[in-house]
Design a protein around this ligand. Structure first.
Ligand SMILES: Nc1ncnc2c1ncn2[C@@H]1O[C@H](COP(=O)(O)OP(=O)(O)O)[C@@H](O)[C@H]1O
Ligand SMILES: [Mg+2]
Length: 258
C-alpha cells in the first residue's frame, strides 16, 4: 500500500475544530451499524469535502480506523487542495502526473484490487481513497455493483467509511450513493441554501432509503470579519471557486457571488 502525505492540511480555527470535534463525538454514538456515512449537500461549495476531510482526520487522530472515499467524481478537490506527495518522492505530485495515480474512478472502471487505490496517510488510523481523474459522467460507475462491493469491503476493514459525495440537487449520483450508505450527514451552507432545496434533499435521501443522521450548518458568519481567512493564510479559505465554477456540464443554480 502506498503512502500519501497531505502536505497542506490547514489548522482550523478553534471554533471550527471544536464544531468538528462535536460532530465526531456524535458520530461515535450512532451505534455499530452505522459505518458507511455519506456527507452530502444540495449544491456545490457547501463544504462537503471540507467537513468530510476534517471529520475523517479527527476520527483518525483519535485512533479510530477510518477511510475517506472521494466519490464526487466530477469535482474532486483532495488532490488539488492538499498538495499530496507520495512518500519517498521528492516533491508534491504535479497536476500532469496525477493521471498516473490510481484513485476512485480507476478502481470503479477497471478491475484491479481495492488495495491499489487505498493510500496510507500521515494519520496512522486514517487511510484515503482519492480520486485523481475527474470524469464527466460517472453515474454508471456509481450505480455499479462494483461500487457497492467497494463500500462493503471498506466497511469490513474500517470502523468508518466517510464518503465525500456529489451534490444531491444537480445530479442523481448522490441519491444512488445514499442507497448504499448507512446514513447521511447533510451539509448546509448557512444563509445560502434555501429551505426548499434542503427539503428536496431530505426527500431524496428518504427515497434512497438513506437515514438522515444529522445536519451541519456550515460557514456560519461569526466572530470578527476575516477571522477565518486570516487563519488560513495564503490558502484563503472560502473563495476557492468564487463564481466561476461549473459542476460537470451543468449550469449552477447559484454562484457564490450573489
Ligand atoms: N466552514 C467554512 N468556512 C469557510 N469556508 C469554508 C468552510 N467550509 C468550506 N469552506 C470553503 O468553501 C469552499 C467549498 O468547500 P468544499 O468543501 O469544497 O465544498 P463542496 O465539497 O460541498 O463542494 C472551499 O473553498 C472551502 O475552503
Ligand atoms: Mg467537494
Amino acid at each position: 500500500m502506498q503512502e500519501l502525505c497531505l502536505n497542506n492540511m490547514p489548522q482550523l480555527p478553534y471554533a471550527m475544530e471544536e464544531a468538528i470535534n462535536r460532530l465526531r463525538v456524535n458520530v461515535n454514538f450512532l451505534g455499530n451499524n452505522i459505518r458507511k456515512i455519506m456527507l452530502v449537500s444540495a449544491m456545490i461549495n457547501e463544504g462537503k469535502s471540507t467537513v468530510s476531510m476534517h471529520l475523517w482526520r479527527q476520527m483518525a487522530e483519535s485512533g479510530i480506523r477510518s477511510v475517506l472515499l472521494d466519490a464526487d467524481l466530477r469535482k474532486s478537490v483532495i488532490s488539488d487542495q492538499y498538495d499530496i506527495q507520495i512518500k519517498g518522492s521528492k516533491s508534491v505530485v504535479k497536476h500532469s502526473d496525477r493521471k498516473n495515480l490510481f484513485g476512485t474512478s480507476h478502481y470503479l472502471s477497471g478491475d484491479g484490487p481495492l488495495e491499489e487505490v487505498i493510500y496510507k496517510t500521515q494519520f496512522a488510523s486514517g487511510d484515503i481513497i482519492p480520486n485523481f481523474n475527474n470524469i464527466i459522467n460517472p453515474s454508471l460507475l456509481l450505480e455499479s455493483d462494483r461500487f457497492k462491493d467497494m463500500l462493503d469491503q471498506l466497511a469490513d476493514q474500517y470502523r468508518f467509511v466517510f464518503v465525500d459525495a456529489p451534490p444531491l440537487n444537480l445530479v442523481s449520483d448522490g441519491e444512488r450513493l445514499g442507497h448504499y450508505c448507512d446514513g447521511a450527514i447533510l451539509i448546509v451552507h448557512a444563509g445560502v441554501t434555501s429551505k426548499r432545496l434542503i427539503r428536496n434533499c431530505i426527500g431524496q435521501l428518504e427515497r434512497a432509503g438513506c437515514p438522515l443522521l444529522g445536519i451541519v450548518l456550515n460557514r456560519v458568519e461569526g466572530g470578527r470579519p476575516g477571522y477565518y481567512n486570516k487563519h488560513y493564510g495564503k490558502y484563503y479559505y472560502g473563495k476557492y471557486y468564487y463564481g466561476k465554477y461549473y459542476y460537470g456540464n451543468e449550469v449552477p443554480y447559484y454562484s457564490e457571488k450573489k
